[in-house]
Design a protein around this ligand. Structure first.
Ligand code: FAD
Ligand code: NAP
Length: 537
């Protein structure tokens, strides 16, 4: 059995996370191999090419901070840039730092087994490639494992079948076609207005309405761009010091501590600014139902003003979850799109989708003949990509078995019994509730320091202790229990996937506090991790 692995580190994934990991570890002199199932870099932005796909964090901070020249050289054309531009950016990063040479593309990892005798990870891909590494870094993404709903006949749809997260690379023209969209999450909300502009008729199959906030997307103002570039250091520092890794001013007041007029003015001002800033109106929007209800009322009034048909407006207004506890989509045209004569909203909560046969989608109340069916049903989030492959730790224990009741991790970085496995934006880290490039950089930097520490001190294995993992998992559960997040059936809980264990997969104690915890853990010699000298220690 070879004690020397072929690589110091294997990184799985070539999105924001994997690219930075490969770059950072490579710069430190580690022998790094990247494995990516796609044919090229980009991650989410490689796969999600549906019309209207774009970020919901503004581009000036939804971008890498690690290289000053990169952030000075790159200019975003829009406030919220669209998928082709973000993909170009990640391609540029790959070229600029010569990262593709470290990757093997079209390589879907199917198995990752920890070999205890040799203290190495043994990896296999779908095309039969095998390799070994001392450390395994999963940068497989929180929103990369596609969810196809279990609707009888769906995969045999007789027309053109499209999933937003597996969109073709060629342009898709909907002109003159009868189109159906299943879902009203962020992907659907972005795609629906664009599809409606082309389609002869668009039917939106909605099971649960979502609160949609305005983006006020617009071309980048050159003066703003100059200001950003002159102040990037401070902007990035503000992200690092904030709860959501965003450069917004934190709220000062509780919603119910101010007058109704002041509350309305605060919502109005933030609505006019657009985006997730809306939630920085008050301190208690995520913890107090009465406070949250005031924000709901504000948005409900907007829906009623915008959507002409009262019954459609009623259906488009969420009645089952507080605002913000499912990720609110951003869009500027979504609600008004339902005023178009070629758009129909089909309520599939009251009349569920039964099946698909030929080109007909049948619900409990009607049959819809369609040329194109767009499936916008999201992802098996947070744990889906990692559990889609056969990951085994000490004693051949399967990660899927360890997480049979939901994910348990230490800081979202490591798992007890799985030495030298590091998870970028892993379960129970701030991940999807932080601006993700910032979260990714914080994790990768921590891992880079950790790998350097291991190299410098002759540490062969580093592994979360059971106690540290249990304590962190309990803390993460406790923090979320004090919020309104449990009031929604969300993918944060795994509730969108039938049979998936329900556990809130994100640490909601705030990005800055979390980052400080990670820093302290490292400073204290990787407190909560067991450090081993070699295969036989
Ligand atoms: P990903 O970009 O998902 O990359 C993971 C990569 O791993 C993928 O390329 C995948 O193919 C690969 N992979 C997975 N499994 C395997 C395997 N078994 N073998 C080989 N390769 C594998 N977040 C924000 O903070 N702000 C936003 O505005 C925002 N907008 C988003 C818009 C969309 C449409 C979506 C879907 C997500 C968005 N997100 C946003 C969340 C997004 O997940 C992150 O912003 C970011 O792209 C994550 O980067 P990543 O590298 O961690 O993961
Ligand atoms: P999603 O939020 O999970 O939405 C999936 C939609 O499909 C929901 O409306 C869901 O309804 C519906 N659905 C699922 N199965 C169904 C079925 N069998 N019958 C009818 N409807 C069904 O997925 P998403 O829109 O792809 O977004 C996922 C996440 O990706 C977002 O929350 C966000 O974090 C990220 N994202 C971000 C952006 C952006 O703006 N930057 C864009 C896209 C995605 P129910 O709610 O009833 O389950």
């Amino acid at each position: 059995m070879d004690a020397q692995p072929q690589h110091d580190v294997v990184v799985i994934g070539a999105g924001f996370g994997g690219l930075y990991a490969v770059h950072r570890f490579g710069e430190l002199g580690f022998d790094v191999l990247g494995l990516e199932q796609a044919a090229d870099v980009g991650g989410v932005w490689y796969w999600n090419r549906y019309p209207g796909a774009r970020c919901d964090c503004e581009s000036y901070y939804y971008s890498y901070a690690f290289d000053e020249a990169l952030q000075q050289d790159w200019t975003w054309s829009l406030r919220y840039s669209e998928q082709p531009e973000i993909l170009r950016y990640l391609g540029h990063v790959a070229d600029r730092f010569d990262l593709r040479r470290r990757y093997r593309f079209s390589s879907r990892v199917t198995a990752a087994h920890f070999d205890e005798a040799a203290s190495v990870w043994r990896l296999r891909t779908a095309d039969g490639f095998e390799t070994t590494a001392r450390a395994l870094v999963s940068a497989m993404g929180c929103l990369s494992q596609v969810n196809w709903p279990d609707i009888p006949g769906l995969r045999d749809f007789g027309g053109r079948l499209l999933h937003t997260a597996q969109w073709p690379h060629e342009p898709v023209d909907f002109t003159g076609r009868r189109v159906g969209v299943i879902g009203t999450g962020a992907s659907a909300v972005q795609a629906i207005p664009r599809i409606a502009e082309q389609a002869a008729h668009l039917t939106v199959f909605q099971r649960t309405a979502n609160w949609v906030l305005p983006a006020w997307n617009r071309p980048t103002d050159p003066d703003f761009d100059a200001w950003v570039k002159a102040n990037y250091g401070e902007i990035r520092a503000r992200c690092l010091a904030s709860g959501g890794a965003v450069p917004f001013d934190p709220p000062e007041h509780a919603a119910l501590d101010v007058s109704e007029a002041a509350r309305e003015a605060a919502y109005q001002a933030l609505w006019a600014q657009g985006g997730m800033r809306f939630f920085s109106a008050f301190t208690d929007l995520f913890t107090d139902e009465a406070a949250n209800a005031t924000a709901q009322a504000f948005v409900r009034a907007h829906i009623e003003r915008t959507v002409q048909d009262p019954e459609t407006a009623r259906l488009l207004t969420p009645d089952d979850h507080p605002i913000g506890v499912k990720r609110p989509p951003l869009d500027d045209d979504y609600y008004a799109t339902f005023n178009r004569p070629n758009v129909t909203l089909a309520d599939v909560r009251s009349a569920p989708i039964l099946d698909v046969s030929g080109q007909v989608l049948r619900t409990a109340s009607a049959e819809h003949e369609l040329d194109d069916l767009v499936v916008a049903t999201g992802f098996d989030a947070i744990t889906g990509a990692l559990l889609a492959l056969d990951v085994r730790g000490r004693g051949g224990v399967r990660l899927a078995d360890r997480w049979a009741e939901g994910p348990r991790t230490y800081l979202g970085l490591g798992v007890a019994g799985f030495p030298n496995l590091f998870t970028v934006t892993g379960p129970l880290s701030p991940s999807v509730l932080a601006n993700m490039p910032t979260a990714v950089e914080q994790h990768v930097d921590w891992m880079a320091d950790c790998l350097e520490h291991m190299r410098a001190h002759g540490v062969a294995t580093l592994e979360a202790t059971e106690a540290a993992e249990a304590a962190w998992s309990a803390e993460s559960d406790a923090v979320v229990a004090h919020t309104l997040y449990p009031k929604a059936r969300s993918w944060y809980f795994g509730a969108n996937i039938p049979g998936k264990p329900r556990r809130f997969g994100v640490y909601v104690g705030g990005f800055a506090a979390y980052r400080e915890r990670c820093r302290q853990v490292a400073e204290r010699g990787y407190e909560g991790f067991r450090l081993g000298a070699g295969p036989n220690e």
